[in-house]
Design a protein. Structure first.
Lengths: 321, 321
């Protein structure tokens, strides 16, 4: 549990717009340990998906990683060549995307798409790859695996497609699985099936999972530790129990309070006023200042640093500095 | 409370695909023998998984889809018996808010033109009066009146949904059907829109039919909730009763599947096997019999009728006969 398998240090990602460089991920750092689930939460436009794509080195022009390291297995992924990176992708680190329809190729059978990754990363023959693929489909809970192996993506339901995506992601027993909103497009009953499946596979293989979501319910259900991102920065990091029962940053508190609860009925919901500022628009002070209920003079002038506020609990806010 | 909408034995069928050389035409029973009422001033929620017919139901009530059979009474008049021009007259009393604020606004029109269309269609007021109405409704919905000349793409998702709500309310309707109005939004924006909808309901004495798959949101905003499964109503009760004492096995599994935003409440959940069957070949007998954990012999043969358990709680299940 305690061996770190991925270390992200001061990662910065920028996009070029005309002549300006706009920084969308600004110096974030975190560690992922083997076998744990790290959640990344925040609203749309906070840089969650950009962070995960940078780990896979899938940021394409006009975006680029401008500084920082992503250390996996003692190697800095930002320094690898495209060929070296291709060996890592899908084999050691793999990714599941949100929309299971658009991330499968519609013109190839399910079987061919799982075979592809096995053939690419192992020395298996076509026949062996087929056997492994069918085995993988069975492990993700697809009952008619042989039949599904020959089907095309459009013949499957959303839940089945996401199972196939997981089968592809897990086919080479990666050490790290990045799941970007894996259940957002699914119904609650199917979401539960998929989350349960991810947990079971994780226990068996000791895979580390980075789970990106905006659903705090899913975070509470799945994660061991959580990063809260706001406008391209980490504003709070805590063990899941602390985050829900002792949140520190006003943004985290706001997010938790604005959720309608399925346990108790509130008469009115708390709202965080305004919206996430466009990337690059805030250059001075705390990025959350204009939406914060507890804003003090200092927030406008100086950006707070990340400080330790408890056991394994950090927060970026002047109230706790 | 008087009922504003009375739905009686409503059926909406879509023609299905015909297999080659098959004589009988297959039909998709999107809504099948559903009856319920919506009372003046209340918010009735409709929940269920995708494909259960809740959107079709919403559209059928507004006569955007012609029902195959059954009656819809609105304020004492049977909508099916009205002529096209009479129906058009009536339409200003019932309006709709759509799910996707990105595709439900015409990108070629300014906000003013979008809001002007319903007024023009119903020939309400001269240009000056209409403009006044537009400015008034924009302010009520939390949009600055200086935004009137802007186009939809210049707004964020939350603001676009406000435009969608303003468009529905500008005719001062009695009934608003909101089809997943907040599912495309982040939690912090979602809470702003939900609060707005509650405020508007109070101010204009609106009646809402609130369609959603998010049981937390439904619990927050609805007075009564109907649970649909495969085109049929499975259970209908007041919100308190439904969440405290769900009767139908499907309602129980749905409620159990919601991830709760509290890691201390991680619990054993009822995980449903498989997907929702296609409405084109729903099981004989009870629609839920193919996935029900409490299935009995009778369920596979005879479809249970909706029956009252208490004054405000009815369920369609053989367990409660």
């Amino acid at each position: 549990m305690n061996t770190p398998i991925l270390e992200v240090n001061q990662l910065q990602v920028s996009f070029k717009k005309e002549k300006e460089e706009i920084t969308v991920v600004n110096g974030i750092s975190f560690v992922v340990h083997a076998g744990e689930t790290l959640g990344i939460v925040g609203e749309s436009g906070c840089g969650k998906s950009i962070t995960s794509l940078s780990i896979m080195r899938l940021i394409s022009s006009p975006g680029r990683i401008t500084s920082g390291q992503i250390v996996y297995n003692n190697r800095d992924l930002t320094q690898l060549s495209e060929e070296e990176m291709r060996i890592v992708r899908g084999n050691e680190i793999s990714m599941i995307f949100q929309e299971p329809m658009t991330s499968l190729n519609p013109v190839f059978t399910i079987g061919r798409q799982i075979d592809e990754i096995i053939l690419l990363h192992t020395c298996a023959s076509k026949q062996e790859a087929k056997e492994q693929s069918i085995e993988m489909l069975k492990r993700v809970g697809i009952s008619r695996a042989e039949q599904i192996y020959r089907s095309y993506p459009f013949e499957l339901s959303g839940g089945m497609r996401q199972r196939v995506m997981i089968a592809i992601g897990m086919a080479c027993q990666p050490k790290l699985l990045i799941a970007d909103e894996p259940t957002t497009a699914l119904d609650v009953t199917i979401q539960l099936q998929i989350l349960d499946l991810m947990k079971k596979l994780q226990e068996k293989e000791n895979t580390a999972i980075i789970l990106i979501t905006h659903d705090l319910g899913v975070v509470a259900e799945m994660c061991d530790r959580v990063l809260v991102m706001y406008a391209g920065e980490v504003v709070e990091e805590a063990v899941v129990d602390d985050l829900f029962h002792n949140p520190k940053h006003p943004y985290t508190i706001g997010l938790l309070q604005s959720m309608p609860s399925s346990v108790e009925k509130k008469s009115r919901l708390y709202t965080i006023k305004g919206q996430v500022p466009p990337a690059g628009s805030i250059t001075k002070g705390c990025r959350f200042a204009e939406r914060c209920d507890h804003v003090i003079d200092r927030c406008w002038g100086e950006e707070p640093a990340i400080v330790l506020v408890g056991n394994n609990h950090t927060c970026r806010c002047w109230l706790h500095a | 409370m008087d009922p504003l909408v009375e739905v009686q034995q409503l059926q909406v069928f879509y023609p299905g695909k015909n297999k080659l050389l098959q004589k009988t035409k297959s039909v998709v029973k999107a809504v099948d023998h559903v009856s319920f009422t919506i009372n003046q001033g209340e918010t009735l929620g409709l929940v269920g998984e995708s494909g259960c017919g809740k959107s079709t139901m919403g559209r059928a009530i507004l006569h955007l889809i012609k029902p195959t059979s059954g009656e819809i009474g609105f304020a004492g008049r049977n909508l099916s018996s009205l002529s096209a021009s009479e129906l058009r007259q009536q339409r200003k009393h019932f309006q709709m808010v759509f799910q996707d604020p990105f595709s439900s606004l015409n990108p070629r029109l300014t906000v003013k033109e979008i809001l002007d269309e319903p007024l023009k269609a119903h020939r309400l007021g001269d240009e000056h009066q209409r403009l006044e109405k537009i400015h008034h409704i924009m302010e009520v919905c939390g949009l600055n009146r200086t935004y009137a000349e802007r186009y939809a793409h210049e707004f964020s998702g939350g603001q676009r949904q406000r435009i969608g709500i303003a468009r529905a309310l500008i005719l001062q309707p009695q009934l608003v059907v909101a089809d997943e109005p907040v599912s495309a939004l982040d939690v912090s924006i979602q809470s702003q829109i939900l609060n707005l909808m509650q405020d508007l309901q109070e101010e204009f004495h609106l009646t809402y039919l609130f369609i959603s798959h998010d049981l937390g949101v439904v619990r927050h905003i609805c007075n009564r909730v109907g649970v649909m499964y495969l085109g049929k109503m499975a259970e209908l009760a007041t919100t308190e009763q439904l969440y405290a004492n769900p009767l139908h096995p499907y309602t129980k599994t749905l409620l159990s599947a919601i991830p709760v935003a509290d890691p201390r409440l991680r619990k054993e959940r009822i995980i449903l096997q498989g997907d929702v069957p296609s409405p084109a070949n729903s099981p004989q007998g009870c629609a839920f019999s193919s996935r029900c954990p409490n299935v009995m012999e009778i369920c596979k043969e005879i479809r249970p009728d909706m029956q009252q358990v208490t004054d405000s709680h009815s369920v369609a299940c053989h367990l409660y006969v």
